[in-house]
Design a protein around this ligand. Sequence first.
Ligand code: PDD
Length: 282
Amino acid sequence: MPRTVYVNGAYLPESAARISIFDRGFLFADGVYEVSAVLDGRLVDNAAHLARLTRSLGELHMVRPASDDEIVAIQRKLIALNDLREGIVYLQVTRGAAERDFAYPKEVAPSLVMFTQEKIILNNPAARSGIAIVTVPDIRWRRRDIKTVGLLAAVLAKECALEAGAEDAWMVEDGHVTEGSSSNAFIVTTDGAIMTRPLSNDILNGITGRAVLRLAAREGLRIKEQGFTPEEAYEAAEAFLTSASTLVIPVVRIDGRTLGNGEPGAVTVKLRRLYIEMALAG
Ligand code: PDD
């Protein structure tokens, strides 16, 4: 069955979907996006993703293409049309198509594109084995709190990781880890504290990571919202990353150093389990 996607009001087979070559998302990366997980056919923590979309749009003075309720209706229809049980729904808003000019175009309607992707999330083998990451310099712009489609630095970071034989990259700025190429970064120190960089313009306010921190607090775990260095990460008892499309993934090797016994750590495994229980409970 060909995938049905959504483009500016129309539900189309993916081969028939079209966007103008003048779309500012294509020409300037002048667009924002969101990725919501789908588990058991249902969206996970979607309201928080839409709240972040509203914020991203506002920060870039971009016109809203549809209300939250309308977006949810489209997301649900795509899930149904594509019979998606597990995976993600991607949505992208751009400033629309206009003659190429750096200045915002006047009275141009924004573009709204959405599609589904099947993905094994619950039984992701990386959740059992853990992954290796490498650190790379964070060469991104200074508004990483806005979820823009300007992802080239993340693409390069990921590619660098793969070339080094690792699965992903953590980015480093001023000696401290900012976040993953498409995830938030966490360590668990040998005295049991969960450390992650505090929210600021330096990182994306990850919806999954925030939910995980709330679960950790509920479990009475100690949380230190404080940046950490790669060296502190090498010495950590555990490390993990979070994102909508992977939930919680253990990190077992950083820059070639094995953490603990090289197995996913107990805190990480527990937080992944608690997150999944919460997500499946709706
Ligand atoms: N990326 N930091 C960055 C740079 C990200 O791109 C992402 C998510 C996150 C985690 O945010 P959340 O928990 O809200 O998914 C942090 C998505 C999954 C992507 O680009 O595919």
